[in-house]
Design a protein around this ligand. Structure first.
Ligand SMILES: [Zn+2]
Length: 139
């Protein structure tokens, strides 16, 4: 585990990403907090560590999200994404903002992204990477 994940508060003994903590401090590994997702996008901060993003920007999620070109977890540092996947993928379970444990993950690096705002109030924010640099499938 790296220092970036080590500084995050823990739930169930595991560090909770910045995007999975609400502003009141509630922690939920299986849920991306909408306000945090928007903050990550607008302020260009990492969904794992909460620090300013640097390029290349990374996105990760279930293979189906990569196939659709839309991710629900906010942008992250490439290293944060690698560290988080190294930690959580072997564990399985409902982690990294996923309500359903993905069987296969995709990790994508990109120079930029678009934010897809929900059309309904209850909808989720999604991210569409553009100019994909590299895509890695992890299972
Ligand atoms: Zn980070």
């Amino acid at each position: 585990m790296t220092s970036m994940l080590e500084v995050r508060p823990k739930a169930g003994g595991l560090p909770v990403p910045f995007a999975c903590e609400d502003d009141g401090g509630a922690l939920d590994h299986s849920h991306v907090v909408k306000r945090r997702a928007i903050r990550c996008a607008l302020s260009r901060i990492c969904g794992i560590c909460g620090e300013t993003l640097t390029r290349p920007i990374a996105f990760f999620g279930p293979l189906a999200e990569w196939d659709a070109g839309l991710f629900t977890f906010p942008p992250t540092h490439h290293q944060c994404a690698r560290d988080a996947l190294d930690l959580f993928v072997p564990l399985g379970g409902r982690h990294l903002g996923q309500a359903e444990p993905p069987l296969t993950w995709a990790l994508v690096t990109t120079g930029g992204f678009d934010v897809i705002r929900p059309t309904r109030r209850a909808g989720i924010v999604q991210f569409r990477p553009n100019s994909v640099i590299e895509a890695v499938i992890i299972d």
